[in-house]
Design a protein. Structure first.
Length: 581
């Protein structure tokens, strides 16, 4: 039996038209469980805002029951069982009560540890619990158990640079999401071994961007080491300093067979950047992927390798949403290269790949999309989760937040924008951490962008669904709900031209929470007649004029944590006349 099945057994259709569930950990919102409940005929409604809940309840369910029709409704509350009695009387009178929590599913593991795990890892944890039957474990015992049996990391057996690099590459390349306390436990165990005293563990272990930056600055040193060997054929340390940002050994064992299998993909997928190189790498042809040789050859080779990694790897129609997001980022990297290259024709293989993707993605959306709406915001699955993640960030770190929405920016075009932002960062101080999320369907600005500022599904702002006029009010209402003063909340749209600093200097400082809309990309898109390549060229040109860089720099200088997102993307299409909408 799986952990889901133990919960599903409690739901039998027809027993009660209304089921009230105390679900403090949001288990019923887990993607597959929510899908299974819907397949059994149960509809899920989360009780958060009392007014929003009452609107949805009366509109969609109470009116149906009054007509004598039946439907099985599950009302979910992120509260303990004892707090169910605070619900409105009419619900308590007709509802059946249930409670589910992680403590009941994993009684021998530390609750404060497992509550921070992403839902996608609960399957492995439940299987490990059933197989190894651990005795009652404390915090560190649980952390070690989870690291070993869920993520395959046993810190005590990591003793060499190869061991460490292999473990970190496996985690960071695949985008493994470990809670902060698990990373800290791993660092603690590694430090106890004494084998990595001069390594920047606190930076490269928990943070993928820092880890890849660490590898990037060691890459030219490693290449130098390939032609500098002593009489005993041992690699010598670098004779000159390369001005390294990160402490630690200068030469890494990147040529080890367990490591080099990752290196090729890291350069192909853009996590590492090829460098200019005039030295010899005879006998190490695998390293050529990390060299700039000839622009056309480089681009062609990278396109073919990226395409080869994607063909046959399209996610299935019953996979988790995270698999589609991971695949989308790799596909976007490929499209960014092809669409922004003057002399790179679209490969036939890519055209067929896009057809295969569309077919499978539509099937997946029809069955799975609805189960994403109420997922926890720890790693936003949909755009309306973003403000809830920001709210959680403020509660934990007490920081100022600036959210920039780039209207209409596609995932592949973000690659072009990111490249320019990094070029403009002369001091190499800008750290960009990325993830992907789903837009709202239909992917209209008034639907998807408004959902971002509302922090809720479009169902809850019907009066403004055809325009964006309600965004300032929805943005302020969301943050006032988290106790932020109205005077500390700001919203501004129509940005993208002129002086970035002058555009927002009146709201920077007095405001703790800032929401900004940059609509330049959307304007470029609606006037574009040169296809995808034209989009990339003009976005590149606009970015180089410095508005976005100046905007971000000004916000960072004023101690704002900057979050950048998009509401929807765009794709090249063939015109068929002038539609009259």
């Amino acid at each position: 039996m799986t952990w889901r099945q133990s919960i599903l057994n409690e739901f039998v259709q027809g027993v009660s038209k209304l089921t009230l569930v105390a679900d403090p950990d949001g288990l019923l919102m887990e993607e597959k469980l929510a899908l299974n409940l819907r397949d059994k005929g149960f509809e899920l409604l989360e009780f958060q805002d009392p007014v929003q809940f009452r609107y949805a309840y009366e509109m969609n369910y109470r009116s149906i029951w009054d007509q004598g029709k039946s439907t099985d409704l599950v009302v979910i509350l992120r509260v303990q069982d004892s707090e169910l009695d605070n619900l409105p009387f009419d619900l308590l009178q007709s509802g059946r009560k249930l409670q589910f929590d992680l403590g009941s599913l994993f009684p021998d593991l530390s609750y404060p540890v497992i509550e921070k795990l992403n839902f996608q890892y609960l399957d492995e944890l439940f299987t490990a619990q059933e197989k190894y039957k651990p005795k009652l474990l404390g915090d560190n015992g649980t952390r070690d158990f989870v690291l070993r049996h869920v993520f395959g990391i046993a810190g005590e057996i990591i003793q060499t640079p190869v061991d460490l690099l292999r473990s970190l590459l496996r985690c960071h390349y695949t985008g493994t999401q470990l809670p902060t306390d698990l990373w800290e436990r791993l660092i603690e165990v590694l430090q106890q071994s004494g084998s990595f005293d001069n390594w920047p563990l606190s930076e490269i272990v928990p943070d993928a961007e820092s880890f890849f930056a660490f590898l990037q600055e060691r890459w030219p040193i490693f290449l130098s080491s390939l032609v500098r060997k002593d009489n005993n054929n041992r690699v010598q340390e670098a004779e000159v300093s390369f001005g390294l940002k990160y402490i630690g050994p200068e030469i890494l064992p990147l040529g080890h067979h367990d490591i080099l299998v990752y290196i090729d993909n890291l350069f192909v997928e853009g996590k590492l950047t090829p460098i200019k190189w005039s030295g010899s790498i005879t006998g190490n042809d695998w390293a050529r992927t990390g060299l700039k040789i000839d622009k056309n050859v480089d681009v062609s080779g990278r396109v073919n390798k990226l395409l080869a990694t994607l063909i046959g790897k399209v996610p299935s129609t019953d996979c988790r949403y995270t698999e589609w997001l991971t695949f989308a980022r790799k596909l976007a990297g490929l499209k960014q290269i092809v669409e922004s290259c003057d002399s790179c024709p679209v490969p036939d293989g890519l055209k067929q790949l896009v057809v295969d993707i569309d077919d499978k993605f539509v099937d997946w959306l029809n069955h799975h999309y609805g189960s994403l709406i109420n997922l926890p915001p720890m790693s936003p699955a949909m755009v309306h989760h973003v403000p809830r993640l920001l709210a959680r960030t403020i509660e934990e770190k007490s920081v100022q937040i600036a959210m920039i929405v780039i209207d209409g920016l596609s995932l592949s075009q973000w690659g072009t924008m990111r490249h320019v932002l990094r070029e403009q960062d002369e001091d190499d101080n800008l750290v960009i951490r990325e993830s992907a999320t789903f837009a709202w369907i239909p992917t209209l600005t008034s639907v998807s962008r408004q959902a971002i500022f509302a922090g809720s599904p479009p169902f809850y702002f019907p009066s403004s669904i055809n325009s964006t006029t309600g965004e300032p009010k929805l943005w302020r209402k969301f943050w006032e709900g988290y106790g932020v003063s109205k005077r500390e909340i700001a919203y501004q749209k129509g940005l993208g031209d002129g002086d970035a600093v002058q555009s927002i200097q009146d709201i920077v400082g007095p405001s703790k929470i800032i929401g900004l809309v940059v609509d330049k990309v959307d304007k470029i898109m609606h006037g574009m007649q040169l296809g995808a390549m034209g989009m990339h060229k003009l976005i590149d040109l606009w970015c180089r004029k410095g508005f976005l860089n100046d905007l971000i720099d000004y916000l960072l200088t004023n101690n704002y944590q900057v979050w950048l997102t998009s509401d929807h993307g765009n794709i090249e299409s063939l015109g068929m006349g002038s539609p009259l909408e």
